[in-house]
Design a protein around this ligand. Structure first.
Ligand SMILES: [Zn+2]
Length: 447
């Protein structure tokens, strides 16, 4: 064959391949359901102003068009979701949950007692989060096999739950023996490195370290180094000034429970400067101890009927009993001023524009997966954020924290379609966030 003949033959083959591919693509498009959310007020998660009478078009698992009604064509044959009178917004994120716990007040009893029931409990917590609008969550401490299993079952579509980013067991220095199924002790830098490696090999999404002050710099740095080499982030507690200084200097990506400490009121200017200069993500988990106040004012909260209906009856009964006298719970005995002074530091960090993202410590005593996230968002608003800023802290920012900002966190064309519809305006009243009417994750309507 001449060169020209070879060229023509190749061209012909290419055209044939292209033709063969065409019907498949058309078929795919045909199978991809189209969904149009019409008529709601869009709060897109970027922090920008709300868009009234909006249209959001979803094809398959992605958002393909967003705009005002009349400017965005609604595809013929698309399923229409009427968003009249509702806020349309990105699915919420919660950067700090524990699916293995469900509000029980006494860990010393709970952890040994339910060790073999994690496969029953974890999926219930996951489902509760999703049905209350949380489409992505970071689980910061759980038994390794069980939490990975639930994450993967959710991803395969076998059970309902948020997209999970899991740390598996805590890495720390010491703990009681009954906790060994979800806590790993590190002894020395090479051990810290090896245990981090084991977690990475088990396919965790991030690493959780606690008790940083009890660790040597070498131990803490070894964990950070292994995690970062594998492209994973590290979450750690950052409460006292000394602890914040240490973990931020050694490269922690997010610090948790910030604001809750007995010393330093408010934080020193140096600490605030450090957080801003290092652009550290702060997850204050305002809910975690605040919940003791809520329960003190409303002890009947422990009989919440939705929570009671979701978990196994014996676990529910046990939880209710454990919360019958919140004033005596060991969990909340952190000394005077602990809860009273935290709001001063939250306000301080919000005013200083420290990078704050939403996490709740859901699952801790009385802190139910059904309402932790919207309560946390409300606490941020009560302490100085605007509703639009607080929504961004629960949507766009957490997606950035987990390096998923290209796919998740806002309602914009090209993003995965994690969208919730909430009755009323969340801008007028942030507590409306509790009235989640529809939950869409990856284009699938779960509620
Ligand atoms: Zn926690």
């Amino acid at each position: 064959m001449t060169d020209r003949q070879v060229f023509l033959a190749r061209l012909l083959l290419m055209l044939l391949a292209l033709l063969a591919a065409l019907p498949t693509r058309a078929q795919e498009r045909g199978n991809q359901t189209e969904l149009a959310i019409v008529g709601g007020m869009l709060v897109d998660g970027t922090g920008g102003a709300a868009l009234h009478d909006a249209v959001v078009v979803i094809r398959g698992e992605r958002i393909v068009a967003v705009g005002s009604k009349g400017t965005v064509p609604i595809p013929a044959g698309a399923k229409i979701l009427n968003a009249g009178g509702m806020t349309v917004m990105p699915g919420l994120w919660d950067l700090h949950v524990h699916l293995m716990i469900m509000g029980h007040g006494k860990y010393g009893e709970y952890f040994p007692r339910y060790r073999n029931r994690m496969r029953e409990i974890i999926p219930v917590s996951a489902r509760e989060l999703l049905l209350h609008g949380v489409t992505s969550a970071r689980d910061l401490g759980a038994p390794l096999e069980e939490i990975i299993e639930v994450r993967d079952r959710i991803n395969r579509g076998e059970i309902a739950g948020p997209r999970l980013f899991v740390s598996g067991p805590f890495l720390q220095k010491s703990f009681s023996q009954s906790d060994e199924y979800f806590r790993w002790a590190v002894q020395g830098a090479s051990d810290a490195r090896a245990k981090t490696r084991r977690l990475i090999d088990a396919k965790v999404d991030l690493i959780k370290v606690i008790q940083a002050l009890a660790m040597s710099d070498e131990e803490f740095a070894a964990i950070i180094d292994e995690a970062h080499k594998a492209g994973l982030t590290v979450a750690t507690h950052g409460k006292e000034e000394e602890e914040i200084r240490k973990v931020v200097r050694l490269g922690a990506d997010t610090i948790e429970h910030t604001g809750y400490t007995v010393g330093g009121l408010p934080y020193s200017a140096e600490i605030i400067r450090l957080l801003i200069d290092e652009q550290t993500w702060v997850v204050p988990t305002c809910n975690v101890h605040w919940t003791s106040r809520v329960l003190r004012d409303f002890p009947g909260r422990r009989f919440d009927q939705e929570v009671a209906a979701d978990y196994p009856p014996d676990v529910v009964k046990d939880m209710q009993e454990s919360l019958s006298n919140v004033n005596t719970l060991r969990y909340w005995h952190r000394g005077p001023g602990y809860i009273e002074s935290a709001p001063i530091r939250w306000r301080q960090m919000i005013q200083a524009k420290v990078r704050i993202a939403v996490g709740t410590d859901a699952g801790t005593p009385g802190n139910f997966h059904t309402d932790a996230t919207w309560r946390e968002v409300r606490l941020l608003v009560e302490h100085g954020m605007s509703p639009l800023e607080a929504i961004r802290a629960a949507t766009k920012y957490p997606a950035m924290v987990m390096k998923k900002g290209n796919d998740l966190g806002t309602v914009e064309p090209g993003k995965l379609a994690d969208v919730i519809l909430v009755k009323g305006s969340v801008v007028e009243n942030i507590s409306n966030l509790q009235n989640v009417v529809h939950v869409i994750k990856g284009g699938t309507i779960y509620k």
